[in-house]
Design a protein. Sequence first.
Length: 107
Amino acid sequence: MSTTAKTKSYNPVPFSPRATLAREMKKPGFRLAYESMNEEFAALDALLEARRTAGLTQAQVAARMGVKQSALARIESSLAHGRHSPSLATLRKYAKAVGRRLEIRLV
């Protein structure tokens, strides 16, 4: 083993998502952008919580929906990035795959 390999050690960088979010929320531009995506984040949280509660992986939900795991990952991540919104038909399939029923409410 070389001397360089011996002296290198794993030194993880501490990361706190809550602290980072709190710091970033102080920036007006960030706060506006974040708040504009509140509904998308709520939808993503609902999907992920339903999948977690059902005890299913992305691959398992994807199989039940008849899509590839990568397609399901894109569905979930699209909500986090606001690039694309899944159709109601897709959301219904997701809900059925995790043993739920899709319900939409205006409050």
